[in-house]
Unconditional design. Structure first.
Length: 301
């Protein structure tokens, strides 16, 4: 049967409490999957949002597979409970490719639904979801030799989500850049990178063409002296309130067009500061698959 006027939100792994706080009025909790009344809301901690979910009564494993196939072809299972039964149902559905994405390749365009077993005889299914990846898990073909850490995957994911990336020759400011994972990724795109950190870059990153290392605190940098910047990128480790003050200074200067910044929470999640980031006009706030206890703030234009 249909579940009118409701939306299901799949929390990022380990952050169901943060998503519950955002939604405030959850009607059903199925491990990380939270069901709430009303249309989709702009929540940050959801890794995937299930649109217009329906409840389907099933008599058997085969019956579940037949009913899902009758709705559409491609399905991804979320199976926190009744794992064996869910796996047997998924095995009777068409295989969805789980190949890692090569960065620069567009996200899959084919519709991908999500489903779960609420109990042995009830499927909750949503033919349409906000993420084209199973359970919102965007995985990449990784470069295991070039970058000094895996932090670059957050930047790759953010740029893939928005469908934009720095163009060759554009100026990118990488604040708090050491050891240089984001600077490496930006340089690989052909950007001119101003890499700012009091700590040094990894030697192999500092030697790359297109990277200018500035041994200075990101917080001491004067936007008016840097000049126009196409992208401001930051994966800096600091308290969220301090990052907000830095961002507000750059916004006030009006010299930067696009922002991609990681908000790193120290201890408890600072929901008040997160809400202030989300309230900045034209911005997006989201927990990426590659984020830890962090959110990524994005502003374009």
């Amino acid at each position: 049967m249909s579940v009118p006027g409701r939306t299901a939100y799949l929390a990022a792994e380990g952050f169901a409490a943060e998503l519950t706080h955002e939604l405030s009025d959850v009607e059903l909790v199925h491990e990380r999957l939270l069901l709430a009344a009303g249309p989709p809301r702009p929540v940050a901690w959801a890794q995937n949002i299930w649109l217009d979910p329906i409840e389907i009564a099933i008599a058997s494993i085969g019956d579940a597979a037949r009913k899902l196939r009758a709705i559409q072809r491609n399905w991804a299972v979320y199976a926190p409970r009744l794992h064996r039964r869910a796996t047997l149902i998924q095995a009777q559905l068409p295989v969805v490719s789980a190949k890692p994405l090569a960065f620069g390749t567009p996200a899959p365009a084919a519709p991908l639904g999500s489903w779960t077993l609420l109990d042995p005889n009830t499927v909750l299914a949503a033919p349409h979801c906000t993420s084209p990846f199973p359970n919102g898990e965007m995985r990449f073909v990784e470069d295991r030799t070039g970058p000094p850490s895996r932090a670059y995957l957050k930047l790759w994911e953010a740029l893939t989500v928005i469908g934009e990336r720095p163009a060759p020759g554009e100026t990118c400011l990488d604040l708090g850049s050491s050891p240089g994972g984001w600077s490496w990724a930006l340089a690989q795109m052909g950007a001119r990178v101003i890499s700012v950190d009091k700590a040094p870059l990894a030697p192999e990153i500092a030697r790359l063409p297109g990277i200018e290392a500035v041994a200075e605190s990101a917080f001491a940098l004067d936007p008016t002296k840097v000049g126009p910047v196409d992208w401001l990128c930051s994966d800096i480790v600091c308290y969220p309130a301090r990052l907000l003050a830095l961002v507000e200074r750059w916004l006030a200067a009006g010299t930067c067009r696009r922002f991609v910044c990681t908000i790193k929470f120290q201890g408890e999640t600072d929901h008040v500061i997160a809400a202030r980031f989300a309230a900045i006009p034209g911005s997006q706030l989201r927990h990426l698959f590659h984020n830890k206890h962090e959110l990524t703030w994005i502003k374009l234009g």
